[in-house]
Each structure stands twice: as C-alpha cells, then as structure tokens.
Design a protein around this ligand. Sequence first.
Ligand code: FES
Length: 83
Amino acid sequence: MAEGESKSDRLSRVQQAFVDEGAVQCGICTPGFVMTATAFVEKHKGQKVTRAEIRRGLAGNLCRCTGYDTIITAVEKSLEDDT
Ligand code: FES
C-alpha cells in the first residue's frame, strides 16, 4: 500500500483510516487515493471541511468498487485525527 507514505513500519494516519473505514476493496485505486488524501489532509489541517469539499479534493481519482462513501469517511476521520 503506497510504500513511502508511512514514515515507519506502521501505516500512516490516512492509510489506517482507509483500512478502518473499509475504503479498500480491490486496491487498484488505493495508492492514488491515499496520496491525494494525504496532501488534502496536510492542506486542510485544523479546518472544518465538508464531504463535498473532500469529494472535490479527491477528483481525478476513480474507484469502481467502493462507491466513494467509505473513502470520503476515511478522509474525514483523518482530518479529525489530525486536529
Ligand atoms: S477499491 Fe477497487 S477500484 Fe477502488
């Protein structure tokens, strides 16, 4: 899962949120989503962000499995954990 995203042998905050929220199914889209989500979380630290804004922030990444809701929830969780 996106080597280099984590600074240790543990999953990054965003990676763990994807696992916890069931935002990973086949995994083909996951590295792109995790990298984009990580940049989004870094940019919006401490800010109140809507699900629509998260969805726009992840635009350009496509997932054929999850229906996106679990991915958006994972990013929300990452933002909450990061404040
Ligand atoms: S988890 Fe399969 S394409 Fe996103």
